[in-house]
Design a binder for this molecule. Sequence first.
Ligand code: TK8
Length: 338
Amino acid sequence: EQTLKKPFQRLLLAIAIGAASLAAQAADFKPHIVRFGYGLAEDSNQGRAAKFLAEDLAKRTDGKFRMKGFASAALGSDLQMQNALIGGAQEMTVVSTATLVGIVDDFGVFDLPFLFANEKEADAVLDGPVGQKLMAKLEAKGLVGLAYWENGFRNLTNSKHAIAKMDDLKGVKLRVMQNPMYIDMFNSMGANAVPLSFSELFTALESKTVDGQENPVNTIESSKFYEVQKYLSITRHVYSPWIVLASKKWWDGLGADEKKAVMASAVASRDFERKDSRAEGARALEDLKKKGMQVTVLNEAELDKMRQTARPATTKFAASGHAELVKELDAEVAKLRK
Ligand code: TK8
């Protein structure tokens, strides 16, 4: 029986291998240069994930897709790159979803302060129906959403004084992303919100055009903000997603196998990036302390004050045609907390 079974199994295996290699040969990949622009330094979570993405995509396409990463906004700010993708002048990018609201305003739903309690909730919502529905809306605007990366929970830094309570924000000139929710939120808390692209931020902090900014600790470290900012306040006021985008003009010219490979690489890069960013977070915070930043952790009462104060910004967003979406998102989060 054994002797009969073995050759038969071998035959099956041989057929399977043959079929698999045939399928691989049949996959149709043409040579492509893919320009992938991003805002952070090459030595950052964004840079590491960009490198992973390029290598993964090369593997999946027999080296036919050659992705070139452009760090530090060398191809432009988030907004400029979005427009370059829409126009077909650039193939891919990764940007903050908060900077997409001028194109699909529904993305503002992820800017709601204190929406997610942890990364697990964020992953479930972004990779679930709400996140996917919003991605689908980009197509009509000339963009294809591929995957959400983690930017992370945002914290405050500034060069004026320690911020231990909401009232300490009074009069602080705070750079925010070009996004109405952030402007409303921080103005309501007493700060002076100044919308500015990330690519101009370091210089603005250095020249004291603005006193402070808010970003995850990974970014504060990789962008060397500790050189120009003394005080760090742990607030985790918004969980910030990044989104990997392709130009629809470019995407539409790809074959089915090529689209599948790009999509698969984007998802693989997402898993790599989230793991890497989370592992890096604690180390980045320790390093910021070593670099001389004074760290203040806001207590629950102060965070709650911020939450209450920011509420009208939430209401305003819901009232501007997003009531259903906010309800849907709240329901998903509630379900996750059961
Ligand atoms: C980088 C930006 C950045 C974002 C910001 O291009 O602008 O503060 O957090 O990560 O997308």
